[in-house]
Ligand binder design. Structure first.
Ligand SMILES: [Zn+2]
Length: 169
């Protein structure tokens, strides 16, 4: 998987925590599991992560975290794979009902993932909508057929990651 596609996969369903003063990306359980599954064969590992509770405009650290250190007897690839399995396992088994911390309907448990590589979270440009089926890339000025309503899209010609004008929040 090319770097830009990895970055796209990472940013696609990520929740930036910048507005809470935390310069990290977080995912809800299912999105985190999907992302790690997608990255399982890629050349990127997960150093560890933290768990937060998100409630409307407040972010509460739950003081739960995990870390995965490389071991002497394993290759880089083995370490990366083990780190992703460990993250999946941790997220899968993280209790959704925490003792003494009741989760009510507007609260979410989210997971911050720390990758072995840094991914710039800034997306600088927005694609333009040419018509119902086509988008235009402002970087290479090429159009492509795309009806996605995801928050971001990737230009198939120059691989730039762009905001999607069709996305509605
Ligand atoms: Zn382009």
């Amino acid at each position: 998987m090319k770097n830009q596609y990895i970055k796209y996969a990472i940013l696609k369903n990520a929740m930036p925590l910048e507005k809470f003063g935390v310069n990290e990306l977080a995912w809800e359980k299912d999105a985190a599991k999907k992302l790690i599954a997608l990255l399982i064969d890629s050349d990127i590992g997960i150093l560890g992560g933290d768990v937060y509770k998100l409630r409307q405009s407040t972010l509460e650290p739950l003081c739960d975290n995990w870390a995965c250190e490389p071991q002497n007897d394993e290759t880089r690839e083995e370490y990366f794979l083990r780190s992703k399995k460990k993250a999946l396992d941790y997220i899968e088994h993280y209790p959704s009902n925490i003792v003494n911390t009741s989760i009510i309907h507007d609260e979410k448990i989210i997971f911050v993932l720390v990758f072995t590589e840094y991914f710039d979270q800034d997306i600088k440009e927005r694609a333009s909508s040419l018509d119902e089926n086509w988008l235009l890339c402002p970087i290479c000025m090429d159009g492509w057929e795309c009806t996605s309503r995801d928050s971001i899209v990737i230009c198939p010609k120059c691989n730039e990651i762009l905001y999607n004008p069709r996305h509605q929040t």
